[in-house]
Design a protein around this ligand. Structure first.
Ligand code: GLN
Length: 282
């Protein structure tokens, strides 16, 4: 079958299934099936594709039609201009999380040899990005999932920061020494249990529940981090967390109760308060 025909049939199947970016996704799936660049599809439309490759492409299309996220099928997702390895064991990095990275990098400019901990590192997208962007930072990245940590380590290796990021299989901050970090940060699971099924099936059926769910109201993990962070923060250190839409007031209260100062929010592109930060001064 000619390449162009295969592409069009794939695109049409994605359109019929209501997939949002059918052209882009059909070309991405074709490019990994044939191990070519997307531009080759348009450059050599007449190229003859053998039946094995046609059926390989159809299998990938079928996975996408069943709503498996394109990032899991491709095994990659871009975050802060770098491509990260992703598998169904880790959350797919989101553009909103780049705001948390930006906020952190701004604070890091003021600190000469900062020590940072990323709780629930998942793919490692935050820890690895910070380590790449700030070479003098000492980064610790934790996750309760050993499988996630293995992916995060692969990503650190990919960007040559494995020596500067320590990966630790741990839940929260209890195993760390007091006053050891300049920044405690996390993109914690913050979806409330009842809200899971309001999400796109791509998310609710495929992404790890451990990385999504934060208890009944979604705030369980945020509560724990807000209360544990102050013990491990140095004087003048910051706690920076990504939060869910509509959680800002309750999280503000939690930060105030924990005794944080200079609390502020950063908004995402849709104007939602997405990241909270607070300073610990004893
Ligand atoms: N830190 C990872 C990310 O931001 C994983 C977060 C999570 O699993 N909740 O993508």
């Amino acid at each position: 079958m000619p390449l162009k025909e295969l592409y069009i049939s794939g695109k049409n199947r994605l359109i019929q299934s209501g997939i949002e970016n059918p052209e882009l996704e059909a070309s991405l799936l074709l490019s990994i099936t044939l191990d070519i660049n997307i531009t080759d599809i348009y450059a050599h439309p007449e190229k003859e594709i053998n039946t094995d490759k046609v059926s390989e492409f159809n299998q990938l299309l079928q996975r996408r039609i069943k709503r498996e996220p394109i990032a899991y099928i491709l095994g990659e997702k871009e975050f802060y201009s770098r491509s990260f390895i992703v598998t169904p064991k880790v959350l797919i990095p989101r553009p909103e999380t780049e705001i948390l990275v930006e906020e952190t990098l701004t604070i890091l400019k003021e600190i000469s040899s900062p020590s940072i901990i990323d709780i629930g590192t998942g793919s490692g997208c935050i820890a690895v990005t910070i380590s790449c962007e700030c070479e003098n930072a000492r980064v610790f990245a934790t996750d309760i999932s050993l499988e996630a940590l293995m992916i995060a380590m692969e990503n650190a290796k990919r960007y040559d920061v494995l020596r500067r990021v320590s990966f630790i299989c741990s839940d929260y901050l209890t195993s760390f020494k007091a006053k050891s970090f300049d920044i405690v940060l996390s993109n914690p699971p913050y979806i409330g249990e009842g809200d899971l099924f309001g999400l796109e099936p791509d998310v609710s059926d495929f992404e790890p529940k451990l990385a999504l769910l934060g208890g009944k109201d979604g705030l369980d993990r945020i509560r724990t981090i807000a209360s544990q962070a102050k013990r491990v923060l140095k004087n003048g250190g910051w706690c920076i967390l990504e939060i869910g839409a509509g959680q800002s007031e309750r999280v503000l209260e939690l930060f105030e109760e924990s005794g944080f100062n200079y609390i502020s929010f950063a908004k995402d592109l849709s104007g939602t308060k997405r990241v909270i930060k607070g300073k610990w001064i004893r």
